[in-house]
Design a protein around this ligand. Structure first.
Ligand code: ATP
Length: 412
């Protein structure tokens, strides 16, 4: 039933940002698949290293006819709109675990870079798989260049645990474990207790789910404020599975409120404690902790604004054609709408391609997927989105050439 095959390709490419520039990609292992003509890309097949069934022109035409009959709601991703302009844009890809978020995010990043955008792909999922997806070591929590694309592509795997530790260290220097402990140490514990909702100390010690992600994204904002990040015109986030993303959306408000209260409290008590401060000589550390809190709060507000800015940000939902995954995507869309997060595209990944062979299992599976796709058409949350279908391919998608291949099918 497989219709996917590997070939050796050379790609010539014209960037829309500098349309006169034609660049050659080195000859490299590549996957071939019947795709519609892409004006930015010219393939020339040097030799065939066929792993599975290939298809001639006639066959691919037929296959695409069958595919569109199976999925009448299919549309393109309108990549032209995504790629146009040099103003910085953020794309956040999210969805249920294992549906292909990383593959889609990585393929989008490669596609942007190949279209002339200096691009950054960021993983805020604690279970990072960018390195696996690119088949390159991208770990370390710093900018790592990705080898292969035509324009600069960098990856950043944020380690939320490390980011949280860094932040917590400041209050630890005090001998306590957080702001509340610090206040306890100053004999002000009762005051903090009275304001029971001030749980920052506990928040940092036993973070609620989603906090890691929030701190990770806050860390990204911190990075983006620095000069070296100015070059990036496209930033793609590979986010954690749905649950974390939803909690993350409401977290900035929660943190903003909590930190705001902590800071107000600090101001109130600062005069009362000035005498004690002098005795213990810890004003600097305290100020430092306070500044960090203020910075975290500012970043949380930026994260909140970033998520909701229709001009620069879009959340792309990735799903697979099963009723369960689609139901979850529907709930995700509803929550994103409630939070005013812009969503326009829905990627339905791992669609079984048509096959010439008489495979009963495949026929059943395809019917099942068609039913699932129908639920999208009838789903009030999802039916208005651009529905982009990505086929299931018969090899694991790893490495830049494979991601480029996947990207050419999804992002067109
Ligand atoms: N269209 C596809 N065809 C074939 N394999 C695919 C496709 N999309 C993704 N995969 C494979 O499925 C697996 C999971 O993909 P990926 O890591 O991108 O998912 P994810 O949603 O990011 O997962 P997690 O939630 O665990 O981070 C990988 O082995 C990937 O190569």
């Amino acid at each position: 039933m497989a219709i996917t095959s590997y070939h050796h390709h050379a790609t010539t490419f014209s960037s829309p940002l500098s349309p006169n520039r034609l660049t050659s990609v080195p000859r490299t292992a590549f996957i071939s698949y019947p795709t519609p003509f892409n004006p930015y890309k010219l393939h020339s097949i040097f030799s065939a290293n066929v792993l599975s069934l290939s298809s001639n022109k006639k066959q691919s035409k037929k296959l695409f006819t069958v595919r569109s009959a199976v999925a009448p709601v299919e549309s393109t991703a309108e990549f032209d709109e995504m790629v146009s302009g040099t103003q910085r844009k953020y794309y956040m890809l999210g969805g249920k675990g294992g549906v292909g978020k990383t593959s889609c995010a990585a393929s989008l990043a490669v596609k942007f870079a190949n279209n002339g955008h200096p691009t950054l792909v960021v993983s805020t999922d604690p279970a990072h798989s960018l390195s696996d997806s690119f088949a390159q070591d991208l770990t370390g929590g710093t900018l790592v260049p990705v080898e292969g694309p035509l324009s600069p592509l960098f990856a950043l795997e944020i380690n939320p645990e490390k980011a949280r530790e860094e932040f917590r260290d400041v209050s630890k220097k005090n001998g306590g474990t957080g702001v509340k402990d610090f206040m306890d140490g100053m004999g002000l514990g009762m005051l903090a207790d009275q304001l029971g909702e001030l749980k920052l100390g506990e928040l940092l010690d036993t973070p609620p789910p989603g906090l890691d992600e929030a701190i990770a994204i806050s860390k990204v904002i911190q990075f983006l404020e620095s000069q070296e990040y100015n070059m990036f015109t496209r930033i793609v986030f590979d986010t954690a599975p749905t649950g974390h993303t939803l909690r993350l959306l409401s977290l900035p408000d929660f943190l903003d409120a909590s930190i705001g209260k902590i800071l107000k409290l600090r101001q109130k008590i600062s005069s009362a404690t000035s005498a004690i401060k002098n005795v213990f000589g810890q004003e600097e550390t305290r100020q430092d902790a306070s500044d960090k809190l203020e910075k975290l709060r500012e970043r949380m507000i930026k994260v909140r604004e970033l998520f909701r800015d229709t001009n620069s940000t879009e959340f792309v939902i990735v799903t697979i054609p099963t009723v369960m995954a689609i139901s979850e995507s529907s709930r995700l869309r509803a929550s994103l709408t409630k939070e005013n997060v812009p969503v326009k595209r829905l990627i339905v990944n791992q669609i079984l391609p048509p096959s010439a062979s008489d495979c009963k299992f495949c026929a059943m599976k395809r019917k099942d997927q068609t039913r699932a796709l129908d639920t999208i058409r009838n789903d009030p949350e999802l039916s208005s989105l651009l529905l982009v279908q990505a086929p299931l391919v018969d090899v694991e998608i790893r490495g830049v050439p494979a991601l480029q291949f996947l990207g050419d099918m999804i992002w067109k």
